[in-house]
Design a protein around this ligand. Structure first.
Ligand code: PLP
Length: 428
């Protein structure tokens, strides 16, 4: 096997990195991962790093879960890929049934990642109204500072910032609710959406939200009751509610789906990340019976959208095994005390001077360091300290957060919280 230096040299010379300045990429040494298990990455020198970033928010069941590795290789030995047009296969068909049961929705449209699941939702929502007598419904409403992915449609729905404004000419218009304020928090944000739906709901096609937690915005959390009311307002207006469960799904917030805490079954739901156990790209856009009915008919009414690897058997087999693990290993019930432990430790950290807005939900803990503003370096410094203590943590500006696997063992969870506390108290 190639040594650490050989890998790093080639990485720096040939890889174009996501979200990484070339200066940072070419001068700083990344962790060279050679193996992983549970919550831990192992580097080329045999050093172990606890991964508090959850493999970019996908690692709910731990790295290399033996049952997932086995399900993947079993599927690979029999059928690694088959087209989903003019052909079908057991994994995609049975998984769709299972996802329908899990979400309360009717049909699964498969694609490759969170961003494409959103693109599909955008096209479904617009086409639904266009071919069912309401072509004037073309408006999209969204939360402020949302994140739905990096493709053009997903970016349009998300917030523009210093990094993405360069692509603004490509984006379609979206009406975004105002930012929460210090006094009422998200109440005024949601009140704006409700007012807009009452005022101009007949022109609204879709309302797009991340349920309960806005991940990339900095783990911003809002109460379930606001989502419940928004769902009612959307329904009254005859528009479609699209819930992006890409980050929150699969137990991240304590329930299988975050929208369950609000008692909401949306019209459209996007699933990715945890869906395939964090092992490969795989996504689904779930739609209700009402939406599906809007596509009944011949090819002129069909959803003219598809991806080469739509419903890929490897991803579908993994997702089926993921669902089996949640049920048979009682993942959510066993995670509950760990979530409480995490919440208590985060709350304690929040009492320290220089730390504010400490918050936790499910297996997410987050807090703010120092004053707001993306280019303040406190978050970066905390993460550098964590790394020196053997933990990978990635900041969102001055928000530092941890998203451990739901199945993390208690010792690893305590270590993760200890390292977080150490890093935080040293930078503020
Ligand atoms: C990560 C994320 C996406 C995008 O998913 P990708 O697989 O990275 O394309 C969309 N929505 C939310 C809420 C996410 O956290």
């Amino acid at each position: 096997m190639m040594d650490r230096e050989g890998i790093l040299a080639r990485d720096k010379r040939y890889v174009l990195r996501p979200y990484t300045g070339t200066v940072e990429h070419e001068t700083e040494d990344s962790i060279v991962v050679v193996a992983a298990e549970g919550a831990t990455l192992v580097d080329a020198d045999g050093r172990r790093f606890l991964d508090a970033s959850g493999a970019w928010w996908t690692n709910h069941l731990g790295y290399q879960h033996p049952r997932l590795v086995e399900a993947l290789s079993r599927q690979a030995r029999t059928l690694a890929h088959a087209p989903l047009a003019g052909a079908t296969h057991e994994s995609a068909a049975v998984l769709a049934e299972q996802l329908a049961a899990m979400t309360g929705l009717a049909r699964a449209f498969y694609s490759d990642d969170g961003s494409t699941s959103i693109e599909v939702a955008v096209k479904i929502v617009l086409q639904y109204f266009a071919q069912n007598g309401a072509p004037e419904r073309r408006r999209f409403l969204a939360l402020p500072a949302g994140y739905h992915g990096d493709t053009i449609g997903a970016m349009s729905l998300g917030a523009l910032d210093a990094f993405t404004h360069v692509h603004a000419p490509l984006l379609f218009p979206v009406s975004r609710a105002p930012e929460p304020d210090a006094e009422t928090g998200f109440a005024r944000t949601f009140a704006w959406l409700e007012d807009e739906l009452a005022r101009d709901g007949a022109n609204v096609a879709g309302v797009f939200v991340e349920p309960l937690v806005q991940g990339a915005a900095g783990m911003r959390m809002y109460p379930p009751a606001l989502l419940t009311r928004l769902a009612e307002a959307t329904r009254r207006a005859g528009a479609l509610l699209v819930v992006d469960e890409v980050f929150t799904g699969f137990g991240r917030t304590g329930t299988m789906l975050a929208c369950q805490q609000a008692g909401v079954v949306p019209d459209v739901m996007c699933l990715a990340k945890g869906l395939s156990g964090g092992m490969l790209p795989f996504a689904a856009t779930m739609v209700s019976e009402r939406v599906y009915d809007g596509f009944r008919g011949d090819k002129r009414r069909a959803l003219m959208h598809g991806h080469t690897f739509c419903g890929n058997p490897l991803g579908a087999a993994l997702a089926r095994e993921v669902l089996a693990i949640y049920e048979e290993e009682d993942v959510l019930r066993r995670a509950a005390p760990k979530m409480q432990r995490l919440a208590a430790r985060i709350a304690a950290l929040g009492a320290r001077p220089g730390v504010h807005n400490a918050r936790a939900l499910g297996m997410i803990g987050a807090l703010e360091l120092g004053e707001p503003g993306y280019f303040e370096p406190l978050g970066q410094r905390a993460c550098a300290l964590a790394r020196a203590s053997g933990m990978l943590m990635r900041p969102l500006g001055n928000t530092v957060y941890i998203v451990p696997p739901l199945v993390i063992d208690d010792a690893d969870l305590d270590t993760m919280l200890d390292v977080l506390a150490h890093a935080v108290t040293h930078v503020v």
